[in-house]
Design a protein around this ligand. Structure first.
Ligand SMILES: [Fe+2]
Ligand SMILES: [Fe+2]
Length: 309
């Protein structure tokens, strides 16, 4: 099974925001964000990634949050239109929200993310799903994908996240369910669980209860954690606690990033190949230009990393 991983699309909608929508947090943060992001993220690059993922024969696509910037209805409409272009999207897409999708209390209160992405939150194990829609579980072949919500409305200059205690408890029970026995287990959550070699965990950008989430993941035999938020490729390995083996924690980077000057800042997506119940390969693809699209990036390094296990 091949799983495509895209993230942090930050789809802009510059036509629609009305002055009233920039009140409070949006007034200061929103205008700033739009100015900085209008050059940094491109819907065209995100759409190109989806076309290429299709050509590369992925079976399923995971989207690890931050599909919008200000959690505006119009941004969600534009992002969900792009996601809906994925063939057989209702069966082949798993998506969780990021901090930008919960940018304001109003977006959280009106379940804006959940309304726009409802088809992709439908769980195969609804008995574990709380009222808000999480955790959900998608069972596809011998793989189980568990989606968590770490989005919370935060004060200005904060991009923190938190998985609610009740949701974490439900996820813990879900991961022990008999339907997951013998399957390759993937957990998707927007915020990173650990620092990587380039990113320490900043106080105002952290997952507040990352220790509890990490402990659950390691005790419940999770094979792969997919996240976003840093806009940077990373692959980390940590021993499982409940059984022998390794939990991989991977970030693809921001798929829509359109910088061509610096490869670390250019758009990326990952593909994970799961073979015989184990992670066999991680491929990273990097946006090169609108003419050539995405190209494979550092693939041998990642192949070596994994074959060492
Ligand atoms: Fe982001
Ligand atoms: Fe984020």
């Amino acid at each position: 099974m091949r799983i495509g991983h895209i993230s942090d699309l930050h789809i802009l909608d510059l036509d629609k925001p009305r002055p009233l929508q920039f009140l409070n947090k949006r007034l200061v943060g929103g205008l700033n964000l739009l100015l900085n992001r209008s050059n940094a993220h491109s819907a065209r690059v995100a759409k190109r990634a989806l076309v290429e993922l299709d050509d590369l024969d992925v079976d399923h696509i995971v989207i690890s949050g931050d599909l919008t910037n200000l959690a505006l209805d119009s941004e969600f409409a534009a992002a969900s239109k792009i996601v809906a272009t994925i063939p057989d999207a209702r069966r082949r897409v798993s998506v969780v929200p990021g901090n930008h999708d919960y940018y304001t209390p109003g977006a959280v209160r009106t379940d804006r993310f959940e309304r726009h992405f409802k088809p992709y939150l439908k769980s195969d194990l609804p008995r574990f799903q709380l009222d808000g829609g999480y955790p959900f579980c998608h069972l596809r072949d011998d793989v189980a994908i568990v989606g968590l919500n770490s989005g919370i409305a935060t004060p200005w200059l904060f991009a923190t996240g938190r998985v609610a205690d009740a949701e974490l408890d439900a996820a813990d029970r879900l991961l022990k369910a008999p339907e997951l026995d013998g399957r390759f287990k993937i957990v998707v959550v927007h915020h990173p669980l650990l620092p990587d070699e380039h990113h320490s965990i900043q106080f105002n950008r952290r997952l507040i209860n990352s220790d509890a989430v990490l402990e659950m993941v390691r005790h419940r035999d999770v094979d792969l954690v997919l996240h976003g938020h840093n806009h940077y490729f990373s692959i980390l390995k940590i021993p499982k606690l409940g059984s022998p083996g390794t939990t991989y924690i991977c970030e693809a980077g921001s798929t829509s990033a359109s910088s061509l000057d610096n490869p670390t800042m250019a758009g990326k997506f990952n593909i994970y190949t799961i073979d015989d119940g184990r992670l066999a390969e991680v491929e990273s693809h990097l946006f090169e230009s609108h003419e050539t699209g995405f190209i494979p990036w550092h693939s041998e390094v990642f192949r070596r990393e994994i074959s060492e296990d």
